[in-house]
Design a binder for this molecule. Structure first.
Ligand SMILES: [Zn+2]
Length: 127
């Protein structure tokens, strides 16, 4: 699979660890948007688009989105049994929607995005 286009939008005034967003086109026919560029303790890395999966159904154990009324797997009503004290920012409540299945391809995507990010942000400094 070839990466045919990489677009990066740096955050104008980054205040936290989020430095920008990226979209990547594969083979000229498939685009993934909403990849985040994050500053970690060991440098920049990318986070694939994810969604919050707040709650496991007590009946079947299936993951359900935040504030789901019925389990999307078994149909059981779960709204009333959802805990209210969960930490919404806990990473284990997030699951990637799209992601590479091996580390090798993750590295390829990441290097494309970070290279593009570096040239975007360096270009701005000279303006
Ligand atoms: Zn269920």
């Amino acid at each position: 699979m070839e990466i045919t286009e990489t677009r990066v939008s740096p955050v104008e005034k980054p205040s936290g660890r989020l430095k920008g967003f990226a979209s990547v086109t594969f083979d000229g026919v498939f685009v993934v948007r909403g990849i985040r560029i994050i500053e970690g303790d060991n440098g920049l890395f990318i986070a694939m688009p994810n969604r919050k999966t707040e709650f496991r159904c007590p009946g079947c154990g299936g993951w359900n989105v935040f504030h789901a009324k019925f389990c999307n797997r078994c149909g059981k009503e779960i709204a009333m049994s959802q805990p209210h004290d969960k930490n919404e920012d806990d990473p284990k409540n997030y699951h990637d929607i799209v992601h590479p299945i091996n580390n090798e391809f993750r590295e390829i995507i990441q290097s494309h995005i970070l290279n593009e990010y570096q040239s975007e942000t360096q270009g701005r400094k000279t303006l």
